[in-house]
Design a protein around this ligand. Structure first.
Ligand code: NAP
Length: 491
């Protein structure tokens, strides 16, 4: 453990895995807290996480941009109400550069193993580097491992085939017949863009989605000028979006009847007004409650699906052949390009990295009986090892930046205690972890996520991996660590 000459307290050696939104956040906040020995490993050649990986046409945030910012880096310059992926990527690169954390990142270096030995972590990378750390922060994201559908013959298709998170920009789409599988948040953004350029677009829908009619808006130059000149206005705008999202959208999905009724009516009216054709409307009408799957925020999907060059196929896919998708009734859709908008494995977390805690226990073994983490961030048997945006941290349709900042403040309090010499290692007790799990599970019963649909929110047992209470409750409970819930060790 190093010591800083200007500070009588000890300095932790910190490894941050991943330079996406949470990794950059931690690096900046540690720097602000005077923690100097921070090493960040990033598997790719650029930072940005999900915004680096997702470059599909139409990629954008569905949380208002002015809310989707770090508290220490407000941005009056957003070009749109819902910023495009490119602009968000540029924001993270700018923040990392302004805050001087770029130089701490080791790019194209994947952490392969984290092993707890003799009260510290041995972190090994694919470059053969091995370093010791007092704390490890897994900033590996939630939705980063694409899921490819298990469809017979998918690998036989001769044309270009790619997942939306692996978009092949070399493939010419103009004038082509494109099939897109999936109608989630990603597809809802990509379909209107594809519809503009393709000869023919066939949308393979397994389950329809509820769509909230909130459109994007360009921020006028005068508005941006005003926000630049008046930081208080920018703060008020962020506060307004924060209030709106936490009081309405988040509450609508966690059991508040009035809010849910409002959004249900908005989604139903949107469908009714936007799609006049009864047969098509029937195909697009979900049979589950609004919010059970993530609510799509969009005004372009319904117009796109009604274009003459776009069709929707709701029959199950039986197989893919060299040049077509075949449905169960024998229909055949001849295609040139296949786009897989089939989502991600949200349970991957820090894997495939090998994380071995006390007594060589692996993370897979720790999660054999189901994925869990005390307060979403740590596990018994894995001291000083923390997970950002872990299980049960996403707050319904809320900004993950705000969530990560709360987690970061909480974790910095633990680090400060370590620096004061209160302990060398810290891990939650098994009882506290189980209590937290039961507490979260009991809250899920009244949410809409268990409202009869299948979604990426649900784990193997059908339990949502989201926070089932309000944003306010989240911030209150995360304000100060409950030290009685931890086991600590001092040498
Ligand atoms: P998703 O919501 O999991 O949607 C996957 C889609 O693929 C669903 O329509 C699913 O159908 C379909 N699918 C999967 N396997 C299939 C198969 N074998 N055959 C036919 N259809 C299949 O994934 P996503 O759209 O990538 O979105 C994931 C999450 O990313 C979102 O909920 C959101 O949190 C985030 N996201 C956010 C934004 C944003 O604006 N901030 C944008 C994009 C994504 P079923 O519904 O029947 O399973």
């Amino acid at each position: 453990m190093a010591k800083n000459g200007n500070d009588h307290r000890r300095q932790p050696r910190i490894v941050v895995i991943g330079a996406g939104m949470t990794g950059i956040l931690l690096a900046v906040r540690m720097q602000q807290a005077g923690i100097e020995d921070v090493t960040i490993f990033e598997k790719a050649s650029r930072l940005g996480g999900t915004w680096r990986e997702n470059t599909y046409p139409g990629v954008a945030c569905d949380v208002p941009s002015h809310m989707y910012t770090y508290s220490f880096a407000p941005n009056p310059n957003w070009n749109e109400l819902f910023a495009s992926g490119d602009e968000i990527q540029a924001y993270f690169e700018q923040v990392a550069s302004d805050q001087g954390v770029q130089s701490r990142i080791h790019f194209e270096e994947t952490v392969t193993h984290c092993i707890f030995q003799e009260n510290h972590w041995r972190v090994t990378t694919n470059q053969g580097r091995e370093i010791a750390a007092d704390f490890v922060f897994n900033c590996t994201g939630i939705l980063h491992r694409p899921v490819l559908p298990d469809i017979d013959g998918l690998d036989r298709f001769r044309g270009p085939t790619f997942h939306t998170a692996r978009w092949d920009h070399d493939v010419e789409l103009a004038g082509k017949r494109i099939g897109i599988i999936g109608t989630g948040a990603t597809a809802a953004q990509a379909i209107p863009e594809l519809a503009e350029v393709t000869e023919e677009l066939v949308v393979f829908q397994r389950t329809p989605q509820w769509i909230l009619p909130v459109g994007n808006r360009t921020m006028a130059p005068s508005v941006k000028r005003h926000l630049r000149k008046h930081p208080a206005s920018l703060r008020r705008l962020k506060a307004f979006f924060t209030w709106f999202m936490s009081q309405f959208l988040t509450k609508a999905v966690i059991g508040y009847k009035v809010q849910n009724t409002i959004f249900t009516w908005l989604c139903k009216l949107n469908l009714r007004w936007s799609v006049k054709d009864r047969a098509l409307r029937a195909k697009l009408t979900p049979d589950y409650r609004v919010g059970c799957k993530r609510i799509i925020v969009n005004t372009t999907f319904y117009p796109a699906i009604q274009r003459p060059n776009v069709s929707i196929e709701t029959e199950a896919i039986e197989a893919v052949s060299e040049s077509a998708i075949h449905t169960v009734s024998g229909k055949q859709h001849a295609l040139d390009v296949l786009v897989l908008a089939t989502g991600f494995d949200p349970m991957a977390y820090m894997r495939p990295m090998q994380v071995l805690g006390r007594n060589g226990q692996s993370i897979d073994q720790a999660w054999e009986g189901g994925i869990k983490a005390y307060r979403s961030i740590c596990l018994p048997g894995f001291p000083n090892n923390f997970l950002m945006l872990g299980p049960n941290s996403p707050v319904g349709n809320y900004s993950v930046i705000a969530i990560a900042e709360v987690q970061c403040d909480y974790l910095l309090q633990l680090i400060e205690r370590w620096r004061d010499g209160q302990f060398d290692t810290i891990e939650p007790t098994t009882a506290a972890t189980e209590n937290f799990r039961n507490y979260v599970k009991s809250g899920h019963r009244k949410t809409v996520w268990v409202g009869g649909c299948n979604s990426w929110y649900l784990d193997q047992e059908g339990s949502p991996i989201l926070w089932p209470y309000s944003w306010r409750q989240w911030t209150q409970e995360m304000a100060t660590p409950e030290m009685a819930d931890f086991n600590t060790d001092a040498s």
